[in-house]
Design a protein around this ligand. Structure first.
Ligand code: H53
Length: 828
């Protein structure tokens, strides 16, 4: 029945609260109430956006019922909480996630049907909050989902960027960045809490005061901003638990007394507002290559200072801060929030009068640090000059921490100056600077890497002196992904097939997927599994058609490489494979009939200032436009590069993939999480022995994984001996033909200069050894083609990938954090 506008505005009987369990009528009534009274429109006049906002509000209202009950249950519990400190949360769409977790999808569908509304249209209307760059931000989003599902008392703290990760478009094949104005049509999932704002100070100087005989340092800041919290509900999967994600927005304080702007002049005062609000304006779009900008340090301090104050404010007034470690662990997501360490020291010592040694003991127990990288350039280092100007008291605290730490090193190892210089939290060259990873390692109770190999390399190569000094601190927690979003929601066909076979317990206990293993030998199950994959390819085509006018070829092997564009990830190796296949056909070396039909799908954003990454994007698009239109290929090889790869697109691409490209140079990718999502959705991996690929291969078995390339020790050996990429070019005719074709201008309208920087970088530098792994990669791709020719065998391997990847649930990661790092009480 279509509800008319007169129904919509008809008076409602008094309803005390929403009824639970939800009913379609109750949902409809609340939806109309939100539409009328929150949105101020009748159903008949409502735009798509009005309807979307009212629906989102209604879903949130139901979750809020659980949240309120949950808060009451937890109020007196005094349990130890996890505060996850992360500068990024790459959330993805909220509507389906919250409908699923709150078990509201059925009533919402009925309610929308009753109102004559197309729910799918509202789904498509949603703009995802892209408050992160890539793997690290998406991991944080998976972790808060698992924390809620496991019922761990926890708060995620971060920044409410007004502009998230840029929207990528292509002009003539080149990346153009557009601002991501995700808030402009309303933000129905968040709740501002202005009454809980915190003041965060910056700048100024320190002075020493004589406090009854002890000399204390005191910070006299120069300016401050207000941090206003915006709360997002983080529902557990159908368990009635709702945690909070608290994101901070910067606002000018009433007494914004930045001295230079303090002239009483209206124009200046407005400018001062802009200055303050800039702090949460935009997400820095660099993934694993920080630029060391002052505003970024401001962002980091802004959110951790507000978060620490916020958490301490939740403790009883008379709480003895010496017992703080019983109540909280602050998990540092990479080096971005590490300035929290001196901030907690400052709060304990300067504001609460705690003795230094006691405060240090407390602080060390309250922090743990996750390192997500092996790239030296990703470990943040802040110049002392900048830190001293922005946070003078914090710099003093860091100096003292360092002094005491180095004294302990001396006490153990003597005056070994090399070692002291190596381990100092303060680097001296090229400028004097604070090494945030070292500070986190010295301060934290634990340091973890994000995959077995990564944690090993952290100990052996990145922080070896620290691993020797504090062996007990180092541990591993292999990353994971949430099965709710990345299997249950993204792949409804496979989810139903699995549930029909083994029940639905896998959604919260992913190891149950093992029960599928015997079904790999069941022909009917294999046929059903293959039909699901085919259906997912059709669904992907609908999305790509509508979004970009693209489509995957019928009967094609869908070969996918989606991730940030970074040289170490080696998108160039994939391009060389495509160019070689193309060149093989046009030169007649490969008969067209022998070419396995393939669609190679790329998705990647490049940091706006990363010139080589942008050239590689240009090259991919250029190769695509030649290959896709050359009649000699007859459409058997296609390159698709839909712009603006994001979480939403991932949810359509991953379930449709046959082949997952995880081809980083061994020893460079800390873990990867895309690799896990693909395997869990039944794509086979072609990959190097890197990051979590190692664990994926161990679990799924060599026969169900295409391994190629050098191992990390082999890479280290070549690097040691001196790597000469040109030698590989000379020796391998196929490689030479591919590179020569690019160099010839075949993909740039005859203009040889366009990709010359890419070619000469490959030939004369090739930092990530693309050429050294080329022939192994080509051989592995031949094994892929041969395997794909046996469709039934491929499906068997795909099923085994699904069945054996239960380990990669982020629920397991969170349990590992609890066991190895947090020691929070058992969850319910
Ligand atoms: O973090 C992911 C890893 C991935 C790693 C990524 C990452 C960032 O996205 C940003 C900064 C950084 O240091 C690391 O590259 O390997 O899977 C989650 O741990």
């Amino acid at each position: 029945r279509r509800v008319t506008s007169s129904d919509a505005t008809a008076p409602h009987p008094p309803v005390p609260a929403l009824e639970l369990p939800p009913t379609a009528d109750g949902f409809t009534a609340q939806f109309l109430r939100n539409l009328n009274f929150d949105g101020g429109v009748t159903l008949a006049d409502a735009s798509t956006n009005d309807r979307y906002l009212a629906l989102a509000r209604t879903v949130r209202d139901y979750l809020m019922l659980h949240a309120l009950a949950d808060q009451q249950r937890q109020a007196g519990a005094q349990a130890k909480a996890v505060c996850y400190l992360s500068a990024e949360y790459l959330l993805g769409n909220q509507l389906d996630n919250d409908l699923l977790a709150g078990d509201l999808a059925g009533v919402a569908a009925d309610a929308m049907a009753a109102c004559g509304i197309d729910l799918d249209e509202l789904r498509r209307h949603e703009i995802e909050p892209g408050l992160g760059n890539g793997g690290l931000g998406r991991l944080a989003a998976c972790f808060i989902d698992s924390l809620a599902t496991l019922g761990v008392p926890s708060i995620g703290y971060g920044i409410r960027y007004e502009y998230g990760i840029f929207r990528q478009t292509f002009e003539d094949g080149q990346q153009v960045e557009q601002p991501d104005a995700w808030l402009t049509l309303g933000a129905p999932w968040e709740q501002p809490r202005p009454e809980a704002a915190q003041t965060v100070s910056f700048g100024g100087r320190t002075e020493t005061v004589d406090d009854a005989g002890t000399v204390r340092s005191r910070w006299i800041p120069e300016w401050n901003v207000s941090a206003v919290p915006y709360d997002y509900l983080v529902p557990g999967f159908r368990n009635g638990r709702v945690n909070t994600l608290r994101l901070w927005r910067a606002k000018a304080t009433d007494a914004f007394d930045l001295r230079i702007f303090n002239s009483g002049d209206y124009e200046q005062a407005v400018r001062a507002q802009t200055f303050a609000e800039n702090i949460s304006k935009v997400l820095y779009p660099e993934d694993s290559t920080p630029q060391g900008k002052e505003l970024r340090l401001q962002q980091q301090y802004f959110f951790v200072a507000a978060s620490i104050r916020d958490f301490l404010g939740r403790l009883p007034e008379d709480f003895d801060l010496a017992r703080l470690p019983e109540r909280v662990i602050f998990q540092l997501n990479d080096t971005h929030p590490v300035i929290a360490v001196p901030e907690l020291m400052r709060v304990l010592v300067d504001e609460h009068g705690m003795a230094w040694d006691e405060a240090w003991a407390v602080t060390q127990q309250c922090f743990a640090y996750t390192c997500h990288t092996l790239l030296p350039e990703a470990l943040e280092v802040w110049p002392v000059e900048l830190l001293g100007r922005l946070l003078p008291r914090h710099l003093e605290i860091v100096y003292r921490i360092n002094e005491e730490f180095l004294a302990a090193v001396r006490a153990r190892f003597g005056d070994d100056e090399m070692r002291i210089r190596d381990m100092s939290i303060i680097a001296e060259f090229p400028v004097r600077a604070v090494r945030m990873a070292y500070l986190a390692t010295v301060a934290g109770s634990r340091v973890n890497g994000v995959a077995e190999l990564h944690s090993q390399l952290l100990r052996d190569k990145v922080l070896p002196a620290f691993a020797e000094f504090f062996p007990e601190k180092f541990t591993n927690v292999t990353n994971g992904v949430t099965p709710r979003r990345f299997l249950r929601l993204a792949n409804p066909g496979l989810s139903t097939l699995i549930t029909d076979a083994i029940g639905d317990g896998w959604v919260t206990d992913l190891e149950r997927l093992h029960e599928l293993e015997p079904l790999a030998e069941d022909a009917a199950f294999r046929a059903a599994f293959a039909a699901v994959k085919a259906g997912n390819k059709r669904r992907l085509n609908e999305v790509l058609q509508a979004r970009d006018g693209m489509r995957v070829g019928d009967g094609h092997l869908v070969d996918v490489m989606v991730k940030r564009l970074h040289e170490y990830k080696r998108q160039l190796l994939k391009v060389l494979h495509v160019v070689s296949e193309y060149e093989g056909v046009v030169s007649g070396r490969i008969a067209l009939a022998d070419l396995q039909p393939r669609t190679v799908l790329f998705g990647a954003k490049a940091a706006p200032g990363y010139a080589m990454a942008k050239r590689i994007i240009h090259l991919i698009n250029a190769v695509g436009s030649v290959v896709n239109t050359d009649p000699r290929l007859d459409g058997r090889l296609q390159v698709l590069f839909p712009p603006n790869y994001n979480v939403t697109l991932a949810e359509s691409v991953i379930p449709a993939a046959d082949l997952s490209e995880q081809i980083s140079l061994a020893g460079k990718e800390a873990s990867g999480t895309g690799n896990m999502k693909f395997a869990l959705n039944g794509a086979l991996t072609i990959g190097t022995d890197d990051g979590a690929n190692v664990e994926i291969r161990e679990l799924v078995g060599d026969a169900n994984f295409f391994l190629f390339g050098m191992t990390e020790p082999e890479v280290a050996e070549i690097a040691q001996a001196g790597y000469h990429p040109a030698a590989f070019y000379q020796e391998d005719a196929g490689l030479r033909r591919a590179i020569d074709l690019i160099a010839s201008g075949a993909f740039s309208g005859g203009d040889r200069s366009v990709f010359e920087p890419v070619v000469s970088n490959l030939l004369y530098e090739d930092r990530f050894m693309v050429l050294a792994d080329y022939s192994a990669y080509m051989a592995a791709q031949q094994r892929v083609d041969a395997a794909y020719a046996d469709q039934d065998g491929w499906t068997r391997a795909a099923i085994l990938n699904v069945a054996r990847c239960g380990f990669f649930s982020s629920d397991r990661s969170i349990r590992d954090y609890i066991d190895r790092i947090w020691h929070t009480p058992p969850t319910t």
